[in-house]
Design a protein around this ligand. Structure first.
Ligand SMILES: [Zn+2]
Length: 474
């Protein structure tokens, strides 16, 4: 006979399961080859995971921590390890990750933030704070102080790319939008400028909204706060799109559009955030494309493309405006849907926003128009905008099944095209191929595969050139 209760027995069983899983996780981590990571910062994420599993496995910790907290934390750890496994060069284009990583570090310009890249099953691009996610998933398995000392002060971000698009490097242009989020979400003069512009342009909107906010003081305050947060995020999403458009011009709409073709285009969404804190809000796809078409970067590229693209051999690429119209074929009027699980009066929030949709759109447009020059200025010298003449020449190479890595006339002899021009040319060409109305599907798929491979090869060459310039001080 022992004096153990059934609860003690159950805890003991679970503790032993924890010990077995710690051993299995150690083995899994040991098998990872850091030589396969395209970004140096992936090693930081791996170091954090390794330290964590060692601390959880320490006898002292296992004695004190509740197995009911440790076991789910160990299971969450498996997902985080999978992120690292999927950030190997088998899954990601390492030259593109290097080029993006270089631009990212110049943009952020200080050492307290680093990013690594991972693929995910979801058909989307997003950036998550690895530190916050880590604390949320691992809290309870280790004392807060131990977790904080493992994470350190540096902020590690995980930029997630859709695994289904692994083979289409040009679509990773969407990462430029994520760079916008990183700059807006961190305390910097740039982020402060955005808040200032947003407050100024949205003030009349909120004065008008105030009339319809009813209920007791606390409910009113919650509703006011949620509406403010939603409108702030609507405007942020549009400004982050400007980051893509300022670099690759109208091609950004294609990259973004390819990710959205399977989703409703007119719905604006306000829903709980996946981290469980606050909300997420996105404007409708059609409105985003409309705002992109009003940008100066769009118009200046269009002027050149309308003049040059009719000279291309591929008929689908000749009419630039028609090509861009394929990105969005709006079928219904915009509506804002507010999720019921936000802890506010969602019906009121929904009607307040929908009743003023025109004014909300106007305020968003004004924020974007005022902020676009600041985005262009922020990117200057780091990611220069693509030129219509260069894209035209790269498209001519793609038409001949040649790598789109050089453009005579616009790029000095011996230099390759920059990676943003290669991505932009790849996106126009892809859209042209996808828009072919032919019964010969095999031929279309073959052409798409060739184009993707040529673009990947050109990015490799661009990286080699970039690396030679860095090493040679060019
Ligand atoms: Zn976004």
């Amino acid at each position: 006979m022992t004096d153990q209760t059934p609860t003690d027995d159950a805890e003991s069983v679970l503790r032993n399961k924890c010990v077995a899983l710690i051993h299995a996780t150690r083995r899994r981590l040991h098998e990872l080859d850091p030589g396969l990571f395209p970004a140096e910062s992936t090693k930081e994420a791996l170091a954090i995971l390794t330290k964590t599993i060692e601390r959880i496995g320490e006898a002292e910790n296992l004695r004190q921590a509740r197995p009911t907290k440790v076991y789910p934390a160990l299971l969450s750890l498996q997902d985080l390890i999978q992120d690292i496994e999927l950030s190997g060069s088998y899954h990601l284009s390492w030259p593109l990750i290097e080029l993006l990583g270089d631009a990212f570090s110049k943009l952020v310009a200080h050492g307290d933030i680093a990013a690594f890249y991972a693929t995910m099953k979801e058909h989307n691009y997003r950036t998550i704070s690895y530190n916050q996610q880590y604390q949320r998933l691992l809290g309870g398995a280790l004392p807060a102080r131990a977790l904080a000392s493992i994470l350190g002060t540096r902020q590690l971000l995980c930029v997630e790319l859709p695994s289904v698009e692994e083979e289409h490097p040009a679509l990773h242009t969407n990462v430029l939008h994520e760079f916008g989020h990183v700059l807006l979400d961190n305390d910097s003069p740039f982020a402060h400028d955005f808040v200032r512009v947003w407050l100024r342009e949205f003030r009349p909107f909120f004065t008008d909204v105030e009339r319809d906010i009813v209920g007791n003081t606390e409910d009113k305050q919650d509703l006011r706060f949620a509406l403010g947060e939603a409108c702030y995020q609507f405007a942020s999403e549009l400004v982050c799109d400007c980051f893509g458009a300022a670099v690759v011009g109208p091609a950004f709409s294609i990259a973004y559009g390819e990710m959205r073709w399977n989703k409703p285009t007119s719905f604006w969404i306000v829903q709980p955030s996946s981290s469980g804190r606050g909300l997420r809000a996105h404007p409708g796809f059609s409105f985003r494309v409309e705002v992109l078409k009003g940008l100066r970067s769009y118009q200046s590229f269009r002027d050149g493309a309308v003049r040059l693209f009719p000279r291309l051999k591929t008929p689908e690429l000749n009419d630039f405006d028609r090509l861009m119209d394929l990105v969005d074929t709006r079928r219904s009027t915009d509506r804002i849907a507010v999720n019921r699980f936000l802890g506010i009066d969602s019906d009121s929030a929904q009607s307040i926003l929908n009743d003023r949709l025109t004014k909300l759109k106007d305020a968003c447009r004004r924020v974007v128009m005022r902020f676009e020059p600041l985005v262009v200025d922020r990117l200057k010298g780091i990611l220069d905008p693509v030129k219509p003449q260069t894209i035209f020449e790269l498209l001519r190479r793609l038409e001949q099944d040649l790598t789109p890595n050089t453009a005579k006339d616009t790029i000095p002899c011996g230099l390759g095209a920059d990676f943003q021009s290669i991505l932009a040319a790849g996106l126009y060409y892809r859209l042209g191929l996808l828009s072919v109305r032919s019964q010969d599907e095999t031929r279309m798929v073959r052409s798409l595969n060739i184009a993707d491979q040529l673009v990947a090869k050109a990015i490799e060459q661009s990286y080699v050139q970039h690396h030679a310039n860095v090493v040679g001080g060019g």
